[in-house]
Write a protein that binds this ligand. Sequence first.
Ligand code: PLP
Length: 464
Amino acid sequence: MAGLAEPYKIKSVEPLRMTTRAERVQAIRQAGYNTFLLRSKDVYIDLLTDSGTNAMSQGQWSALMLGDEAYSGSESFFRFEAAVREVYGMPFVVPTHQGRGAEHILSQILIHQGDVVPGNMYFTTTREHQELAGGRFVDVIVKEAHDAQNLDPFKGNVDLGELERAIVEAGPEHVPYVSVALTVNMAGGQPVSLENLRAVRRLCDKYGVKIYMDATRAVENAYFVKEREAGSEGRTVREIFREQLSYADGCTMSAKKDAIVNIGGFLATRDEETFEAAKELLVVFEGFPHYGGLAGRDMEAVAVGIQEMVDDDYIRHRVLQVRGLGERLLEAGVPIVQPVGGHGVFLDARRFLPHLDQEELPAQSLAAALYVDAGVRAMERGVVSSGRDAKTGENHHPALELVRLTIPRRVYTESHMDVVAESVSHLFQRRAEIPGLKFVFEPKRLRFFTARFEPLHPSPIFEA
Ligand SMILES: *Cc1c(COP(=O)(O)O)cnc(C)c1O
């Protein structure tokens, strides 16, 4: 099934620079074979992330002019708050500069030294903030999530047995909340079913444990529920979305994803005490509670985006565009994570590059090779992103060694998707020539952002 034709047309264009292979070979060397360190002028199709790379609508651009830049009591804040209340159903909200700002505040308020935070697979910044606050993340995702070829429709689900074991082992008083991500980014954008969310809620109620959701891509999750879960076929995405969030005590949110803007985030909650504590930390780390690190105009754009994101036609196109790319790759025999998730296509670097050991950083190398081949920028989500064990200093060895082709919202056309599919297929034919990489610089925290690498041996893949 191909993606649908776009439910929008183009009013303003951003030119792309075409580069030669020689220029790209030079650029990736200068970037230390880390796609994060490329300059965007050297990138043709930028699939590094869907975070903050979205195209805003005419509604959002015109709302910018309504931005009320008052330090306190901004009208823009109240419009933003009304949108969160209406669509998320959460009474209390503070804006933050982006998702990790909300993660920071929430972790500092609720997590104490020695606490355990169970969750359905780690996310980089989320786990980092949980650990900085003295907590330990425990993965309680279903085992299907770790298998790139398992076709289960809800590979983001929480394993209820594992969750109960984690709560009982730590003692409920040492579990400040369960961290449930909708969808699960690191598993390839896999959704969680409503049935699973209800069961997690029941279990948490039994032990008196809170649930905080990472609602970063919860709209895609709602679309998958509509598509796959019995009883939800006839419902609107907006209704399903609201039900999902009804099982949470609160959520952190990166508006740079679902809300189709370029910057922003928030922490929303039903709990007034947490809200009061959040406002106290907000003034230290983000800003006054009526702007939290954002301009008034940013909050306007988020408020409009929150309404647009739950439009059924919009989200259907988004999910099917991503899936269309995945299906083209499958036809070419390329190993990818299945089912295709909501925000991108994840190449399975283990099967793509079976000649490389995980210590040879296969996904990092594949991402660099893809850039050189066609100017397509992707992101490693494997051993490099996973970092080292805080205690032993050894590399984590995640089961999934992936290259993420993330699709920005409303930005690229089907023709761009063709270029990507052709380039990946071309590299797949030349896969035996792709060499491993080694670290030449490794920072201590979130190393994938700024680490530098070199090929283990010379290869035509990285030559002009
Ligand atoms: C992007 C992301 C975050 C963090 O949000 P930022 O806006 O980048 O700070 C948290 N969780 C998930 C699942 C994300 O994808």
